[in-house]
Design a protein around this ligand. Structure first.
Ligand code: GLU
Length: 463
């Protein structure tokens, strides 16, 4: 059997982190089995779908490197096909016209509620052998309903949740086409999964309730029923349902905030799936390990700290030149233009061990380009009267010393020794003045990259 999976987002907002995980798992399952992964845009909710949201999905998939073999297919472009299948279902007796008006249905609903019953369509227009249907009213455009089986069960072995069994008595006759002829959501999914020969439907468990209806329709069409794997939801750091409140939930927001796609993918892979204790792995490894058996049916909890830890790991490993390209763009957004690629590479090499995101990395490099303004309390603490003459001497020596990181280190070291001081006593005021912060990588390296001219200029301001 060829494995064919799909990701079928509705373009009503950005690609959020839960959607990206669904896409990742579907993609990985197809890749693992050398099958096909299909992208389908479920854009039939015209009021809520937007071209920007479609673009956000495509951008997110592209950024993560989740490549698809077929699609994107757009449901709005498949209307003739849905109409054809609706016609076929009418002809084969699997669907029927229902003329019940809104008011009638509302009255039905109310009386059911009053009797303490679950509101459901009562089948008044459902044709049955020997049943006399009312005369079709002229002024009510009909909807079309699926003739759901009335007895028995729908049962499937969910590859994440285990066996699920729903009684057909709980399912009423679903509307598959509205009065204006447009097909409804569950119906389009069924036709698409059938036409696209989907073997495994991997999706969020907010769709579990749709599955028995979809299975019944597939059966009516004589279509094979795919396997289903419903992924449990993702909770925020605080255990609440993941939402905008939790900050960056859009995939592209992670990009903006300075996460590497490798880190986000690696993180998402472990969100509800495990391979022993393995935490760090690339997508090739993931695709070879991935299976549906090791997906946990319980909700996964988002852990920003862990994502940051992974991001730090991938930043340390990343190709320096590629990082420089990214950081150059971020610096530009901070108003710093025309940076030298080579110098930037040196700066990044100095900082990437101590940073969790690319944005943080870019921010920490700003002082190389703009004279920092050290905080007054830091100056008072570190630029003390007793150290000033020592620094004056240092300035003199730096004017003529050789300019390599090592040479600068020797000069500082000599001053420290000559004055019987501890290294930080000299290094700290240098840090504060040159970088604007009391924390920096080795100060001699910083000075070397800043260059003699800038170093002297910044120091001399204070003398
Ligand atoms: N369009 C649905 C959504 O975005 C997914 C439907 C499905 O995977 O079957 O939630």
């Amino acid at each position: 059997m060829t494995i064919r999976t799909r990701f079928a987002p509705s373009p009503t907002g950005f690609l959020h982190i839960g959607g990206a995980r669904t896409a990742l798992f579907s993609w990985a399952y197809a890749r693992k089995h050398h099958g096909q992964f299909i992208l389908r845009i479920e854009d039939t909710d015209v009021a809520r779908s937007t071209p920007e949201a479609v673009q956000a999905i495509l951008d997110g998939m592209h950024w993560l490197g989740l490549d698809y073999d077929e699609g994107p297919f757009y449901q709005m472009q498949r209307m003739p096909r849905y109409r054809e299948v609706i016609q076929q279902m009418l002809e084969q007796g699997h669907a029927y016209y229902c003329y019940a008006s809104k008011e009638e249905l509302e009255a039905l609903r109310e009386s059911q509620m009053q009797q303490g019953l679950k509101p459901r369509y009562d089948g008044r227009w459902r044709p049955e052998a020997g049943k006399q249907l009312p005369n079709a009213p002229q002024d009510v455009p009909p909807v079309i309903r699926f003739k759901n089986p009335q007895t028995g069960f729908v049962e499937w072995n969910d590859l994440v949740k285990g066996s699920i069994r729903i009684s057909n008595e709980e399912l009423d006759d679903l509307i598959i086409a509205r009065a204006d002829g447009t097909p409804t959501y569950n119906f389009c999914v069924v036709v698409d999964d059938y036409d696209m020969k989907i073997s495994h439907v991997i999706r969020g468990d907010d769709h579990v309730n749709n599955t028995p209806r979809q299975i019944n329709m597939l059966r009516a069409l004589g279509a094979p029923v795919p396997k289903y794997a419903h992924l449990s939801m993702i909770l925020g750091d605080d255990g609440q349902k993941l939402s905008k409140r939790h900050g960056a939930v859009s995939v592209m927001q992670y990009h903006e905030d300075g996460y590497l796609p490798e880190a986000v993918l690696n993180y998402l892979a472990r969100l509800g799936w495990s391979h022993g204790d393995d935490e760090i792995f690339d997508m090739q490894q993931f695709c070879s390990w991935f299976d549906l058996d090791h997906i946990t049916p319980s909700a996964a909890q988002f852990n920003t700290e862990k994502l940051n830890w992974l991001n730090a790991h991938y930043i340390k490993q990343a190709d320096l030149s590629g990082l420089a390209d990214d950081i150059a763009v971020r610096l530009e957004q901070l108003g710093i233009q025309n940076v030298s690629h080579e110098t930037l590479t040196q700066q990044i090499a100095l900082y990437r061990e101590r940073t969790q995101t690319l944005q943080e990395l870019a921010n920490s490099l700003v002082y190389f380009y703009q004279t920092p303004e050290p905080a007054q309390d830091q100056l008072e603490k570190h630029l003390t009267d007793d150290i000033k003459p020592v620094l004056s001497n240092l300035i003199e020596l730096l004017k003529t010393s050789e300019w390599t990181a090592d040479a600068v280190h020797h000069v500082i070291d000599k001053i420290v020794q000559d004055n019987g001081l501890k290294f930080p006593k000299v290094a700290m005021p240098l840090r504060v003045i040159l970088t604007g912060s009391a924390q920096s990588p080795s100060i001699n390296e910083v000075m070397y990259i800043l260059g003699r001219e800038v170093v002297l200029k910044r120091l001399q301001q204070f003398f």
